[in-house]
Design a protein around this ligand. Structure first.
Ligand SMILES: Nc1nc2c(ncn2[C@@H]2O[C@H](COP(=O)(O)OP(=O)(O)OP(=O)(O)O)[C@@H](O)[C@H]2O)c(=O)[nH]1
Ligand SMILES: [Mg+2]
Length: 494
């Protein structure tokens, strides 16, 4: 992060939130459970940002996590699998820790992490295991910790009676929500996230991924493109856009396949691609035929079944067509699968919306922790902490920015096209850094940035003075203006 960002207003917000958390800890110092719980929240501030990967049962959460981590760690299965919150975080050595519902922890020594071990642990019941923490030295986990939650409306969530929502929000700073196609149940869930007291004032950042995109339109060669069109349609859906910052299609399976493609898999695929075209086309007619056909013997059915599990029919189609055309080596095939999966766009969205905004997101989680502690343990003398919490929730410009952005996206606020684009950019929709907000070239210096911020501030000041607009509109314009002024202040005199 740049210096300007480190010393910017968001950092001030985070340190105020941290300060309040410390004071709340002192307030509950004679209550070890609450103080201990608050201490874990404090420790999280020095760890990577936490993103919950949640959504419908079987929406491909584990597969996508593997793709983001770059290793097959999370077990993926056709039957309902992930029953407990599973945290995937960076650690220098592979390690698994089991947390019980009563607060105990048990370290499980492992030489290597493999899905089978994790699968066995995930089979434990939620009343035996509250959380699994998987540590891996994978570089994919250095900037962000991923938390898979049981699917929305899954048996685990129903059985324990815990709301999926409460679980997620006490665990994560941001949410990646997966569904193959948004339905009422998804909208209800996203809406309820938004209606929490803290979230009403400080919106929770959410990306919606239309998952398993390679299966749209029957899994043929146009599937991922078709999924892109579906995502575009939802991008303009006012109801969804009230709750989510970003909508995009992704195929976790192709991404996982691309990021973990092994040499023996590449060789088996190459042998298949060398078959006469007609034989290959026939083999690819259906998943059944591909997996169980007696021929070709050069790649036996067991291997074909495994290839089908790993890449799906669409992935096989795409890989074999590319290999049959020739000139594709292992590295290129990996890149092709990754491009088709559209994982790069998802990673970029995660970076722009979450990693770059992490100070504001961490501040929100910290305030949420204070709110939860105060609500769960009311006692005399807590009014002052409550007042301070309310003040931080009401006054932070960061929350106003997020609210105006969702107002613009959901259509509750309207601005003429060009102004709207500029407002979105200045509010940080394309990245939190000053260069992104000001639409400046990456190498722009502080002076250039200050000039751009000054010009933008002048333009928005004129708009803010327009008396004909309604209150919401005026407030939105004021918010953009304040963002310009902050950018100006951060870059002036540097
Ligand atoms: N074709 C295709 N299949 C996928 C994709 N993602 C996941 N799958 C398959 O869908 C099934 C479920 O995938 P998981 O990743 O286990 O889904 P999940 O959401 O973690 O499932 P639960 O944790 O049990 O709710 C597996 O058989 C995966 O191979 C995808 O992008 N494309
Ligand atoms: Mg899973």
């Amino acid at each position: 992060m740049t210096t300007a960002h480190d010393t910017g207003p968001t950092t001030a917000l985070l340190s105020q939130a941290r300060e309040l958390l410390l004071r709340t800890m002192t307030f509950y110092r004679d209550d070890p459970r609450t103080a201990g719980w608050l201490r874990t929240r404090l420790e999280r501030l020095s760890e990577p940002l936490r993103m919950a990967v949640t959504g419908r049962v079987k929406s491909g959460k584990s597969t996508l996590i593997n793709a983001l981590v770059g290793a097959e760690l999370a077990p993926t299965d056709p039957e309902e699998r992930t029953q407990v919150n599973t945290v995937f975080r960076y650690g220098p050595e592979p390690r698994i820790t089991v947390h019980t519902p009563h607060g105990a922890q048990r370290n499980m020594p492992v030489d290597e992490l493999d899905p089978a071990t994790i699968r066995d642990l995930q089979r434990w019941r939620p009343d035996e295991v509250a959380r699994l923490v998987i540590e891996s030295p994978s570089p994919g986990l250095q900037a962000i910790t991923l938390i898979e939650t049981p699917g929305v409306a899954s048996t685990a969530v129903k059985e324990t009676g815990r709301s999926a929502l409460a679980q997620i929000l006490s665990e994560a700073d941001s949410v990646l929500y997966l569904t193959r196609q948004p339905q009422q149940i998804d909208v209800q869930f996203l809406e309820s996230v938004h209606e929490l007291r803290v979230a009403r004032r400080a919106p929770i950042n959410t990306i919606l991924a239309l998952s398993r995109a390679d299966e749209v339109a029957g899994g043929d060669h146009e599937s991922v493109e078709a999924a892109g069109r579906v995502a575009n349609a939802y991008r303009d859906d006012p109801k969804l856009r009230t709750f989510v910052q970003y909508v995009l299609p992704v195929s976790g399976l192709l991404a996982q396949g691309g990021s973990t493609l092994g040499q023996s898999e590449f060789e088996a695929l190459s042998r298949l691609a060398a078959l006469p075209r007609e034989q290959l086309d026939e083999l690819l007619l259906s998943a059944d035929r591909f997996a169980s056909s007696a021929t070709p013997e050069s790649v036996e059915p067991g291997t074909r079944r495994e290839l089908l599990r790993r890449f799906g029919l669409f992935g096989l189609h795409s890989a074999l067509t590319a290999l049959a055309a020739g000139g594709i080596d292992h590295g290129r095939l990996r890149r092709q699968l990754l491009t088709e999966s559209r994982i790069g766009e998802l990673q970029e969205a995660v970076h722009l919306q979450f990693v770059e905004r992490q100070e504001a997101l961490r501040a929100r989680s910290t305030l949420l922790a204070v709110d939860m502690a105060l609500r769960a343990n009311p006692r005399s003398g807590d009014k002052q902490l409550q007042g301070e919490l309310d003040r931080l929730l009401s006054n932070a410009h960061e929350w106003d920015e997020l609210r105006v952005l969702s107002g613009l996206w959901s259509g509750q606020l309207s601005l003429p096209g060009r102004l709207r684009e500029e407002a979105e950019r200045l509010l940080g929709a394309h990245g939190d850094q000053p260069v992104a907000r000001l639409g400046a070239p990456p190498q722009a210096g502080a002076r250039d940035l200050a000039e751009r911020a000054g010009e933008a501030a002048r333009r928005w000041r004129v708009l803010a003075a327009d008396p004909l607009r309604d209150r919401d509109h005026r407030e939105a314009v004021w918010t953009v203006l304040r963002s310009c002024e902050r950018l100006l202040a951060a870059n002036i005199g540097q």
